[in-house]
Write a protein that binds this ligand. Sequence first.
Ligand code: H2U
Ligand code: ZN
Length: 341
Amino acid sequence: MESINHPQRRYNPLTGEWVLVTSHRTSRPWLGQEEEPSVSPKVEYDPGCFLCPGNVRASGERNANYRKTFVFTNDFSALLPDIPDRRSKKSPLIQVDQVRGVCKVICFSPHHSKTLAELPGEDIVAVIDAWIEQSSLLGQNYRWVQIFENKGEIMGCSNPHPHCQVWASSFLPNEARKEDLHQREYFRKYRTQLLLDYLKYEIGEKRRIVAENKDWVVVVPFWAVWPFETLLLPRRHVLRLTELNDSERRTLSEIIKILLSKYDNLFKVEFPYSMGWHGAPYDENANSHWQLHAHYYPPLLRSSMIKKFMVGYEMLAEPQRDISPEAAAEKLHNLAKERIF
Ligand code: H2U
Ligand code: ZN
């Protein structure tokens, strides 16, 4: 039996990639500086914010006086809708695809300083409804709808006003393509869904479970790369967000609130992360190999200021982590479900 005290590599069956786990090193001395996080004042409305209700954005357009969520097309969209599909392969080395897409911003709340974890349950349901509405709308024209949230300055988020982005595209981006391929291959071999079999395994093992309710489970995946990375999964087979029923939307809001509160409690800070949803592409293929899930990738390692750097070995060789996924899961599992600061 392999020992966690020996360096080991773990396989990520969703992407086909490996991660190096070296938890024997966690007691190595830390020479980096720990700084106090800066606390910015909490205001309900910021006249200079591009996302607050009634304010004028960079484009000159005025935001609605919204009460719950507010969606607009990104004024600096990376993807554009009116581009002809064109593919050119000048040689095996030089290939270009012209691509179409749409980028939107979803404001979670009119309140400038509230994070998702701080919103009342029904307001989180409103955010989930906005995710579902955008998925269903954009899924009619685009093969992939990527919902993602960048939270915190450390993640490059430009504005504290709670919001996420949606980028819909005519193509499957790399992460989607890898997950599609590996789930498809697994389904072809075993006639069951990779992530549902994985979920069964984790429910049996228990030790990587962070939170669960009747419809949803959060685990630190066996193959997690980021120190406190988690995977959020529905218990039943669900292809896309658009399939969730009323009860599942409510239980999803509850588990998100619990997960984000635990994250905030970990280092007593508004926990930064990038998160996003993955579900079946909106195309003609049989997609029953897919299982809806969300990834949470937080950068913090050991305090509110010390993040895990994905540099050096990670860039040149493969991702590596010191703290074991089991230890990370135990920490998160034991933290309070409500914010305690
Ligand atoms: P991030 O902070 O997660 O990067 O999201 C802010 C997005 O909002 C960013 O993509 C857009 C930026 O292009 N934005 C507008 O569309 N209009 C504005 O007036 C400011 C910001
Ligand atoms: Zn995924």
